[in-house]
Structures are given as C-alpha cells and as structure tokens.
Design a binder for this molecule. Structure first.
Ligand SMILES: C[S@@+](CC[C@H](N)C(=O)[O-])C[C@H]1O[C@@H](n2cnc3c(N)ncnc32)[C@H](O)[C@@H]1O
Length: 301
C-alpha cells in the first residue's frame, strides 16, 4: 500500500540469519520491518518510532507474523539506552530516515505545502514545539541560518525578512504563498520555491540531523562483530553525516598511514559494504525515491 524505498536492497544488505537480532530505528508503516521479521523467524526485532499513528498501523501488520518483536515508542536518539536496558546484542540496525509517505500525505500534519493545514510538522505529536513556533518566534537571523543550513536556500534572507513582516503566519498555504512572493519569478519555475524552506523547518522542528548523528554513533557502538548498520537517507545533509561517519570509522587515521605495519588495534573496526541508489524503475514508480541513497557498514572486529 505504501511505497517503501530501497526495501529489498536494505533488507538484503543486512545479511540476516534466521536467528538475527535486529533494530529498525524507523518503523513507520512497517514496510521494512515486515520483511525483516519474515527473514528472522527465530530472531527478534526491536522497532522504534515516535509517531503513534504509525505504531498502531505497524503493530497490526506485524502481529500477523508472530510475537518476536517489540515496538519502542520513543525517539531513536534513545537507541543506546533502550537497547542496553534490554541487554540485547544486535546483528543488524536499519535507519530509513525522514517522514513517511502517510505523514506527508496527511494534510493535517502540516508537512505539505500543497495542502492547507496549521503549521505543525511534528513527527512526535506529544512534543510542544512545532513549525508554528519556528515561523512565528525565531529571530530573523535564526531563520536565515536554518534556511541556509537545512534548506540550502539561496533566497533565505529575503524569505526570512518577509516572514517577519507578515507575522503571525498560521497555515502551510499562507507560508507557501509568502515564500513564493519572496523569490524572483524565474526561480519559481524550477521546483516549488517552498520545498527547501519547508524541509529546513521540518529538520529544525524535529532536530533531525542532531538526533541522527547521535543515534548513528550508538548504532556503531551497539552492533555485534559481523553485524551491519544500513542507512537510507533522502537528502544530502543526512547523507553527508552518514558518509563522513562511515569514512571516519572505516579508514586508518592519516598519521598512521606512514607506518610500515599498522598495529592491529589501529586497524579500522568497520568496513563499508554498500552504497546504493534506487534503480531507474524504482524512481519512475516512486517519485520520492529520486533522492534516496542506501549506505551499509559492517563491523569487522
Ligand atoms: C521514512 S519513514 C520509515 C518507513 C518504513 N521504513 C516503512 O517501510 O514503512 C520514517 C519513520 O521514522 C520515524 N522517525 C523519524 N525520525 C525519528 C526519530 N528520531 N525517532 C523515532 N522515529 C523517527 C517517522 O515517524 C516515520 O514513521
């Protein structure tokens, strides 16, 4: 029912055995988790999500396969504590980052600039801080900063100025219209001028880059020897974090490269095993796949 990007590739890359212990950090509507569970009939799955609607749907779907799973309703930034608390030794960890299609498609969640709704964009609906607070309470400089940093939006400055001038702004369409008016005519034709700013606000509301960075460190620490961590990203900011971290942990530090023999304890603990983008066919079937990338790393020792 829901298009899940890089589904088979990611599950395959985790190299599962029938008794593997797996963590899906982004359960969503259980596209990946369902296939993972099918592959680990004697194993166990821990699945994180912070969205109650997704959890309800996913639980109904997974129930059909048995009871060798637990859904953990919290932000995956708590990955280390939650898994350590359960004394679990983990063979595979998956991140499929971002918002799910149902979150995007449900106008009321306020993620879409095509459908009118209150400014919201919270993945965790119990959180107080929403897109409304960012748009109406941030200073001009803070807005410019997040539009540049998280949206790579070159008209950040004029958009921020216009926002400040027109406050309060209460709905997604009000904001989208205002963004359109803040950029030159020519720029409006490429893609919707609101897409980058909406992405930036969403990242800010959910602190998406901060929690991912923290959780990725935890995942690398938690994973068993020969275990794998797979990450699907949907924009270059997340991908950059993943790429840099994987590079850092899978290469010998520069200053040691000169040594004739690298001492065992300095040999990298991890090796990168995959870096995959969706096929043309998948992109044609699912527009959201066009910017997706899967990176996979394995713990060597
Ligand atoms: C792209 S969707 C995952 C789709 C899922 N792989 C599937 O096949 O249905 C991302 C999901 O992760 C959740 N999510 C994103 N960031 C999260 C975080 N920091 N902590 C917990 N859940 C998060 C979102 O609520 C959303 O349901």
């Amino acid at each position: 029912m829901h298009n899940t990007v890089l589904l088979q590739e990611a599950v395959q890359a985790l190299n599962l055995k029938e008794n593997s212990i797996v963590v899906d950090c982004t359960l969503g509507y259980a596209g990946h988790s369902f296939v993972i569970l099918k592959n680990i009939p004697k194993g166990y799955l821990y699945a994180f999500d912070q969205d109650k609607e997704a959890i309800k749907y996913a639980n109904n779907k997974l129930k059909a396969l048995g009871n060798n799973y637990e859904i953990i309703n919290t932000n995956f930034e708590n990955l280390k504590e939650e898994i350590t608390k359960r004394n679990a030794k983990v063979d595979g960890i998956l991140f499929d980052l971002g918002v799910s299609s149902p979150q995007l498609d449900n106008a009321a969640r306020g993620f879409s600039f095509h459908q009118d709704a209150p400014l919201d964009m919270r993945m965790n609906q119990t959180q107080k801080f929403s897109a409304w607070n960012v748009v109406n309470e941030y200073e001009q400089n803070e807005l410019i900063n997040i539009f540049y940093k998280y949206g790579e939006e070159k008209y950040a400055s004029s958009i921020a100025k216009n926002i400040i001038k027109n406050r309060p702004i209460n709905t997604t369409l009000e904001l989208a219209e205002l963004i359109k008016e803040s950029v030159p005519e020519k720029y409006r034709k490429k893609s919707h001028p609101a897409s980058k700013v909406f992405q930036a606000i969403r990242i800010e509301v959910n602190n998406e880059l901060g929690v991912f960075e923290k959780a990725l460190d935890s995942a690398l620490e938690l994973i068993n020897v020969h275990g794998r961590v797979a990450v699907i990203t949907f924009h270059s900011l997340e991908d950059r974090i993943c790429k840099q971290k994987f590079k850092e942990v899978s290469t010998v530090p520069q200053e040691l490269k000169k040594l004739p023999v690298i001492p065992d304890e300095y040999k990298p603990k991890y090796k990168v095993v995959a870096n995959i983008v969706p096929s043309d066919k998948e992109i044609a079937e699912n527009h959201r796949a066009r910017s997706a990338r899967l990176r996979v790393i394995e713990r060597v020792w």
